[in-house]
Design a protein around this ligand. Structure first.
Ligand code: MN
Length: 318
């Protein structure tokens, strides 16, 4: 769970919000004015800040603007807490650098939903929650999704290089739907944002929006792979259908790594990561984890044996 700072001058609101966050499993810190909030943010570097707008002394929006000018803190997302939410207020909240706002009084479920949207680490919680109902079926969907995410870097990159807005819109739209259905909320959110930018905005903003989406994709993919490997069973490795491209890449990665291990070369470390990223299916293997352990310890002879044994179990033959 996340470390969340709440800056709120009303003591009752502050206590309530902190309590709510803690019941959600978060580590919650409180400050009752902007100055001490900034100081606490600098010391604790929270994952997220909930910032009241109306504060004594410095306003929440000014405090947010200062955070955004601090290179060490500027990446912390800030959600504004505001009683006023006219279109003009919303614009000011965004201009100060807040990612979103919660209108006060807010319902606890709205707060929880917004927080999980904003926190990248929570990007797949909903997804995993849904998978509880039918784990096997969901698992196969998620494997397919993880594989699809892998190819998207290149597709978006190519479309961006050509400034092909139609193509970017199309890719973003289809990803938005798929990610949304699976509960991969961060990818869905960034894909929606990119779709809008591709429709309306400047080319500068387009590349920023693409890179935001690619960041969300890689974080989500890592989380998926981690999740799927926890639930790994021995049988799925052999039973999995691999795409032709994956087969080629995986075979090549096996050969590269074997070469480095035989030569006792430190490049084995890098090569191992190549092998792992060649296929999310492979990343689900416990044997691959054992291999990683050996490579990290520079036990190259044993690692080579492990690699051969893993290779023999996989459907890699032509
Ligand atoms: Mn206030």
């Amino acid at each position: 769970m996340a470390k969340i700072l709440v800056v709120e001058d009303n003591p009752t609101n502050l206590r309530l919000t902190l309590m709510l966050l803690r019941t959600q499993g978060h580590e919650a810190l409180g400050a009752s004015d902007a100055e001490s909030g900034l100081e606490l943010a600098g010391r604790e570097v929270p994952d997220l800040i909930l910032m009241d707008v109306q504060l004594p002394g410095m306003s929440g929006l000014e405090a947010t603007a200062r955070l955004k000018q601090n290179p060490a803190l500027c990446l912390i997302p800030v959600i504004a807490l505001t009683g006023l939410a006219s279109a003009d207020d919303q614009r000011q909240v965004r201009e100060a650098g807040c990612v979103d706002y919660l209108g006060k009084p807010f319902r606890s479920q709205d707060m929880v939903a917004k927080i999980s949207l904003v926190l990248r680490t929570g990007a797949l919680e909903d997804c995993f929650h849904r998978s509880a109902a039918n784990p096997t079926f969901y698992r196969s969907l998620l494997l397919g999704f993880a594989e699809r995410l892998q190819g998207l870097d290149e597709e978006f990159g190519t479309a961006l290089a050509r400034l092909d807005r139609k193509r970017i819109q199309f890719l973003a739209h289809s990803l938005q739907g798929e990610a949304g259905n699976l509960g991969a909320s961060e990818v869905a959110r960034q894909a929606t944002a990119l779709g809008e930018v591709a429709r309306n905005d400047t080319d500068d903003h387009l590349s920023l929006a693409v890179s935001n989406l690619l960041l969300a994709i890689s974080a989500t993919r890592e989380e998926l792979v981690r999740h799927l490997s926890l639930a790994n069973d021995e049988t799925h490795l052999a039973g999995m259908e691999w795409s032709a491209q994956q087969l080629t890449e995986t075979r090549r990665a096996f050969a590269n790594l074997a070469g480095f291990l035989e030569a006792n070369a430190a490049e084995s470390l890098y090569s191992f990561h190549e092998l792992r990223s060649a296929s999310p299916t492979l990343a689900g293997s416990g044997q691959l984890e054992e291999l990683e352990r050996l490579v990290l310890k520079f036990e190259f002879d044993q690692a080579l044996q492990e690699l051969r044994s893993l290779e023999a179990r996989l459907p890699l033959q032509v």
